[in-house]
Write a protein that binds this ligand. Structure first.
Ligand code: NDP
Ligand code: GDR
Length: 347
């Protein structure tokens, strides 16, 4: 009897926060995982280093391919070579503030990049399923709270406009070509692997470094914005579930709780027995030309159809991130001391 072939998944953005958790999840389920990585002059594979096995070793299950979403020809070439069962399009210039500095590039990667991928899949003629990383940022200037799959979009940044374009192209390829193409409208999700310039990680890095005497102040933007923050590890499971259904549909993924940036500051600094007001200063540089004031998602549909619910709470998430970053700060302190650098006293 012939052994069944493992399912093949292709992840764009595998080196990012979500890509690394998703690769871990799929490898655990026995998938052969392929990832697109960008050529970079310094290593950009830190988050997936622990998953990588030399391809010459028997049993290696993860393979990396150089590529860029902006390069449509390259995407076609990888798609037709790998022939994946499932594609997870997680690659993006994902920073909202940066999208104001690099609007055209953001649109090239986050909007046209998705088109390149959808077209490449259509070209192969294979029944490949695709997950598109849509975002709660698409709701922008919110028309109703909580936000559901039916809430209208009002994007407030070049990033969000690009994501709205990709959302509708995904819907259109589903309707026009009968492709299994779905949008996960994910609300903010964080982890110890979150990029260091996103607000939660910026706070946990700074607070723990302040605790270890490595920095004195934290410069921030708008502290009043409210977000529905969940744990990335929980959210990648929802991505996978969305591609395992009989019918392709779009889903909101959220915790159903909202908290302000200031509340996140309070929780994190108090875990370290510090008073955030003594260290946090505001810098206009971190304010956005247009802000998204309040996000709160309703994931009832995901709960009902996918059986998905978040496991990690707001407090649990902050604890997890503080713990990981405190370890990191302690190691940084040891290195700084061994190099004879001046470090402050422990607070
Ligand atoms: P990250 O910023 O951590 O990761 C982005 C990934 O995309 C990285 O692997 C990056 O590569 C890659 N990338 C960027 N531009 C290109 C390009 N032109 N071609 C190929 N690869 C590229 O994002 P997250 O993991 O947090 O998010 C994953 C996706 O989900 C993104 O599309 C994001 O917009 C979306 N999203 C995220 C949410 C969140 O709260 N995290 C919520 C809703 C949606 P490199 O390492 O080389 O920079
Ligand atoms: P967001 O996440 O824009 O929601 O996009 P981010 O963590 O960058 O900002 C959240 C809120 O915090 C406010 N803020 C600051 N933000 C940053 N980065 N730095 C600061 O110093 C600061 N001070 C206050 C912001 O103004 C904002 O209101 C994230 C990304 O992952 C997107 O890719 C994703 O689509 C959405 O989440 C859902």
């Amino acid at each position: 009897m012939q052994a069944t072939q493992p399912k093949k998944a292709l992840i764009t953005g595998i080196t990012g926060q979500d890509g690394s958790y998703l690769a871990e999840l799929l490898l655990g389920k026995g998938y052969e995982v392929h990832g697109i990585i960008r050529r970079s002059s310094s290593f950009n594979t830190d988050r997936i280093e622990h998953l990588y096995a030399d391809r010459h070793i028997t049993g290696a299950k993860m393979f990396l391919h150089y590529g860029d979403l902006v390069d449509g020809m390259g995407m076609r070439e990888v798609l037709s070579r790998v022939k994946p069962d499932e594609v997870y399009n997680l690659a993006a210039q994902s920073h909202v503030r940066v999208s104001y500095d690099q609007p055209v590039y953001t649109v090239q990667a986050d909007a046209l990049g998705t088109m390149n991928l959808l077209e490449a899949i259509r070209d192969t003629g294979l029944p490949t399923r695709i997950y598109q990383a849509s975002s709660s940022e698409m709701y922008g200037k919110v028309r109703e709270t909580p936000q559901t799959e039916l809430t209208p979009f009002h994007p407030r940044s070049p990033y969000a406009c690009a994501k709205v374009f990709s959302y509708w192209q995904t819907v259109n390829y589903r309707e026009a070509y009968n492709m299994y193409a779905v949008n996960g409208i994910l609300f903010n999700h964080e982890s110890p692997r979150r990029g260091e310039t996103f607000v939660t990680r910026k706070i946990t890095r700074a607070a723990t470094r302040i605790k270890e005497g490595l920095q004195d102040a934290l410069y921030m933007g708008n502290l009043e914005a409210k977000r529905d923050w969940g744990f990335a590890g929980d959210y990648v499971e929802a991505m996978w579930l969305m591609l395992q259904q009989d019918k392709p549909e779009d889903y909101v993924i959220a915790t159903g709780e909202t908290h302000s940036v200031q509340e996140f500051l309070e929780v994190v600094f108090s875990q370290l027995n510090l008073d955030w007001k003594q260290y946090v200063k505001q810098d206009p540089k971190y304010f956005r030309p247009a802000e998204v004031d309040l996000l709160l998602g309703d994931a009832t549909k995901a709960k009902k159809n996918l059986g998905w619910t978040p496991k990690v709470t707001f407090k649990g998430l902050a604890d997890m991130m503080v713990k990981a970053d405190w370890e990191l700060a302690k190691r940084e302190r040891v290195i700084a001391e061994s190099e004879g650098k001046k470090v402050g006293s422990k607070r």
